[in-house]
Design a binder for this molecule. Structure first.
Ligand code: PLP
Length: 362
């Protein structure tokens, strides 16, 4: 298809409406990129902060740290809050860091809603309240890459200034398209930011033509897939999707609870209420090789388990329960994990499948 074909403009317009509806925003502008999530991260950094300016990035795990390193590599100054492994963001630490910033140098707080490595979901309402309590004008920027269309999120109601997302997680599409939703205040900050930029510049992505919206040729085949995926999501309904993710996560957590009984494996996230509905990170005791277990699961039982990332590398595995999944798929996945643990003689607590079935049945 020619990139000037009006049918493409229609698809892009439908995606614009659909993603804003998912984000629950009426006021924000949506800017899209032919990139993975790291591209949208970079767009947030480049547009909101001039080199030398400061961003507060509360620790959530590997993903908050990756975003922080990216900001530092681009010459921005990063303040981190103390991070406790296995814990969500501490809103009090955020409030303290903002109160301590008497010169008002912090331009934005970059918060990862669900950290896909630590499988921890932080409380966005509490973070918003912390920023308000400090009386600080910092923008509230939230990475919803791994939580959108899985955990509850409402950009306008939560007064999030910028939401950052990508297509390959809850949006059930191939990787390669990312986006930022930007409210008026954040757009003004970007407009006043002198940092040199071109491809990532939000203001270049205004306008109706598809070529303008993507600052070049749009990823057409991806866009058709995303439009179809959004159709599936709205057919099911946002509330039903949120409920399905919560139900499947409960089943996974019930199984992991059982497996953990004798201490061979355990939840990485120590705070039950902060355990993600998208992914569960499971630590393995010293002496257990999760990589060998993953290989058995993949080769003998056709179950692809993710490995530990960052500090969890080689000492954890992760079960993804995000996107186009149903109960039967989750039970198959859990059975494959259990079978692989049994082959590897990992002394896991028995009864996990039973617990998952009971959880789904209830
Ligand atoms: C996957 C992910 C990213 C990065 O996305 P890529 O497409 O891999 O660049 C950013 N944040 C979170 C929370 C993620 O899960």
């Amino acid at each position: 298809m020619d990139h000037g074909d009006p049918r493409l403009d229609e698809v892009i317009a439908a995606i614009d409406v659909g993603i804003k509806r998912l984000l629950q925003t009426k006021d924000a502008e949506l800017y899209m990129f032919a990139s993975n999530g790291h591209g949208a991260w970079e767009a947030a950094i480049e547009n909101l902060l001039a080199p030398g300016q400061t961003v507060l990035i509360p620790g959530t795990g590997h993903f908050s740290e990756s975003w922080a390193l990216q900001a530092e590599a681009l010459g921005r100054r990063v303040i981190r809050t103390p991070f406790r492994e296995g814990h969500p963001i501490d809103p009090q630490a955020v409030e303290q860091a903002l109160r301590a910033d008497v010169e008002r140098e912090i331009v934005a707080v970059f918060a990862v809603h669900t950290d896909t490595a630590s499988s921890t979901t932080s409380d966005l309402a509490a973070l918003r309240a912390a920023i308000d309590a400090a009386g600080h004008p910092a923008l509230f920027v939230v990475d919803v890459v791994a939580s959108l269309a899985a955990a509850p999120f409402a950009m306008d109601a939560m007064r999030v200034n910028v939401a950052v997302g990508a297509t390959q997680k809850g949006l059930m599409s191939p990787p390669g398209m990312s986006f930022v939703a930007v409210d008026r205040r954040a757009d003004e900050v970007a407009a006043g930011n002198p940092a040199p930029r071109y491809y990532w510049d939000w203001s270049r992505r205004k306008g109706d033509q598809s070529y303008r919206k993507f600052c070049g040729t749009p990823p057409q085949n991806l866009l058709y897939g995303i439009e179809a995926a959004l159709g599936l999501l709205f057919l099911e309904g946002i509330d039903a999707i949120i409920a399905r993710h919560a139900q499947l996560a409960r089943a996974v957590h019930a199984a992991v609870e059982c497996w953990s009984r004798d201490g061979a494996v355990m939840f990485h996230c120590r705070v039950p209420a902060a355990r993600s509905v998208s992914v569960t990170t499971i630590e393995t005791r010293a002496g257990i090789d999760p990589e060998a277990m993953r290989t058995v699961a993949r080769e003998r039982f056709q179950v692809a388990i993710a490995g530990g990332l960052g500090p969890q590398g080689g000492r954890a595995f992760r079960i993804g329960h995000l996107g186009n999944l149903n109960s039967a798929m989750i039970l198959g996945c859990l059975a494959g994990v259990e079978a692989a643990m049994q082959v590897q003689k990992i002394p896991y607590g028995r009864g996990g499948m039973e617990a998952a079935i009971t959880s789904l049945g209830g």
